[in-house]
Design a protein. Sequence first.
Length: 233
Amino acid sequence: MTNNEKNKFNNGQIDLVSFALCPYVQRAIIILDEKKIPHNRTYIDLSDKPDWFKKISPLGKVPLLQTEQGVLFESAVIGEYLDEVTTGSLHPTDPFEKARHRSWIEFGSTILASIAGLYSAPDAKTFQEKRAIIIGKFEQLEVQLGDTDFFASNDFQFIDAVYGPIFRYFDTFELFISDNFFQSTPRVKKYRATLSRRPSVIQAVPENYQSRLIDFLIKKDSYLSQKIEQKAA
């Protein structure tokens, strides 16, 4: 890290443009907090994107990292940059192990896509099909986990910033459905519980995150929306 970068980070002169419900934003925030990088967060409404955001976001997505040097986009790129310009990498030192972690980071993104399919499922049949896909993915993840606290270590690593936001969804889902997504995966269940207690994971969302997520789910007009409305009735 150069002196300029140290001074910039110490002065908090970086800004993470965020959306309150975005799991990819949460990844970046967790890395920022784990690396103890001072920063600002600017939350926007993706359904009503401000003009200034449209001008600096080539893909129209969050997160964006605004620095004195310019703007970075895509959570993986932002996370890698933050890891590289600060001391003490969150990645394993062994090249193969680092690559393996990156593979399972990509796998985590496929779980997020499956979760989106779950909460958008229009009926019970489709919901159960999406549920089975997610459970299957957790069973694949189960094989990769050992007896460590986190994915592959007792120390928090880069990959763990990916799975914290994934598991957070189920804290809300379980308020309205009795489906047990973790019955066949005790190691994943333990991993979820450990991540839920990590301060950086807890603080990666605003205080009103759960209520906003519930509102978002209701508006999906899906099978899960019906379950939420039935519970509230």
